[in-house]
Design a binder for this molecule. Structure first.
Ligand code: 2HG
Ligand code: ZN
Length: 485
């Protein structure tokens, strides 16, 4: 295949005062932040892995304003870094350190443009949070079946640009599966209005899917048509203690066999993860008795079918699992508050880990059947590498995506531990590769994992990605330094 030059310029142009003035005129005082104190929170990522710098943050109010800004920046040869809720785990939305790029926030573009309960579609702007989108769907008696721990801050634009996965992938697939249409501002400022809400539309390349998961390197998603699902009429959540990950997989298989359409989420948690949550997150308690060293699973079953007795089928599945020794105890939530409390134990894992100290995260996937094998081998490999490392594995077992995170040993300084980050990732990824998995399941590549792309996706695949990037953003002005090595 023909080589395409790497489109990322060696030295992007620095933003000049003339450009900032022109942007200020177009955006007005609410639409442009230049005070370093205002920009500071947008210059670093949630994990504080990177500290970037930017002289301005653009906050357009609508697509036309945004398109004009992109055009002005393109004419000046200045790069833009689109940023949603800034919840990336891989530094996907931080500006470069050299101040060469401007930040772009769509937070003011957060309107629901349309909701059609017959078509079951929600047309929403990219700056709306995922939570707001879920609430809009719920108000029309529908479900937006996409749920991630950071949904209160994560914005639709970022969720789609990273093809977020989360808790309900086992049933509904990833963000990609929700997207029927998109509106995108291209790197030259053209607006592509692809906001179609059709279930069938075979008219050439599926362009919208090119922008989903592109991490903002091909265009800026400004609005989307999302496919909704029927709202569940019954939901049951249970929390279980188990002897090991093998038992968790067996329990998942059993539940899926009993009623495959009902499993909304099946989340796994290793002993140390829960220990950190209980230690660092206020108002958390275990809802059951668990012998020391227990592993845990959170089960969510749901159905839109009226009259289905989910509770009874959950109870009988758990009773059978108990008698077979797959679980040692289980609690079924009796109220919405209890459901939320159980989910909190799972969803606060990332925050608990952050409060506890330094961590190296591996967001990996393997075939579901191989999750226990992966956990066993990767735990041994990391313990051999760093004595005393606390392996904290949790996540979406039902779809094979485990957050295999390593926490600094209690007796080791953070910096000393973090010096092992590439070695840990390499050891884990060797196993992932052998098991036919992926080095990034749902968090994307961002800046953190670009160095892995050559080894994992090199050859025709990476070459094709570069050609696509070159065709759409030849000067590398959108989210430079991310995704592509
Ligand atoms: C989750 O599932 C997120 O909670 C974050 O994907 C995972 O902190 C992590 O590694
Ligand atoms: Zn996750």
């Amino acid at each position: 295949m023909m080589q395409v030059p790497n489109p990322v310029p060696a030295r992007p142009d620095l933003p000049q005062p003339g450009l900032i003035d022109a942007l200020a005129r177009r955006l007005g005082p609410r639409g442009l932040l230049t005070d370093p104190a205002d920009i500071a929170p947008f210059s670093t990522d949630w994990r504080r892995l990177y500290q970037g710098r930017s002289v301005a943050l653009l906050r357009p109010a609508d697509t036309e304003e945004l398109a004009d800004c992109v055009r002005l920046c393109a004419a000046a040869g200045v790069a833009l870094v689109p940023q949603g809720g800034n919840t990336s785990m891989v530094g996907g939305a931080v500006p470069p350190e050299d101040g060469s790029a401007l930040l772009l926030s769509l937070a003011r573009m957060n309107r629901v443009r349309a909701l059609d309960p017959v078509d079951m579609t929600l047309t929403i702007e990219a700056g709306a949070t995922l939570k707001a989108a879920q609430e809009a769907a719920a108000a029309a008696d529908c479900l937006l079946p996409l749920s991630i721990a950071s949904e209160g801050s994560a914005q639709i634009g970022g969720v789609l640009s990273t093809n977020a996965g989360g808790n309900n992938t086992v049933r509904y697939g990833n963000a990609r599966e929700r997207v029927l249409g998109l509106e995108v501002v291209l790197p030259d400022g053209q607006v592509w209005n692809g906001l179609r809400r059709l279930r069938k539309d075979n008219t050439g390349y599926c362009l919208r899917q090119l922008f989903v998961g592109a991490e903002g390197t091909l265009g800026v998603i400004t609005a989307a048509v999302l496919a909704l699902a029927p709202r569940p009429r019954q939901m049951e959540v249970a929390f279980c203690a188990l002897p090991d990950a093998e038992a968790a997989l067996a329990l998942f298989t059993r539940l899926r066999r009993a009623d495959p359409a009902a499993v909304n989420a099946f989340e796994y948690m290793s002993p140390i993860g829960l220990e950190l949550v209980l230690k660092h997150i206020p108002e958390t308690t275990l809802p059951l008795a668990a012998p020391p060293g227990s592993h845990f699973a959170l089960i969510e079953l749901a159905t839109p079918r009226p009259g289905a007795d989910l509770r009874a089928s959950l109870e009988s599945a758990l009773e059978a699992a108990l008698s077979e020794g797959l679980i040692t105890d289980a609690a079924i939530a009796a109220s919405e508050a209890q459901r939320r409390a159980m989910w909190k134990l799972r969803e606060e894992h990332a925050e608990a880990q952050k409060r506890d100290g330094a961590s190296v995260k591996n967001d990996i996937s393997v075939p579901v059947s191989l999750v226990p094998t992966f956990l066993r081998e990767a735990t041994a490999a990391c313990q051999a590498l760093v004595a005393g490392v606390r392996v904290l594995a949790f996540g979406h077992m039902g779809d094979g995506n485990i957050h295999f995170n390593c926490q600094q040993p209690e007796a080791m300084a953070a910096a000393e531990f973090l010096a092992y980050d590439h070695a840990i990732m390499a050891a884990v990824n060797d196993i992932v590769r052998r098991l036919d998995g992926s080095f990034s399941a749902e968090h994307g590549v961002g800046r953190l994992k670009t160095y892995l792309m050559q080894g994992w996706r090199g050859g025709a695949e990476l070459e094709l990605m570069r050609r696509i990037k070159h065709a759409i953003d030849p000067r590398g002005l959108l989210n430079p330094g991310k995704l592509l090595p």
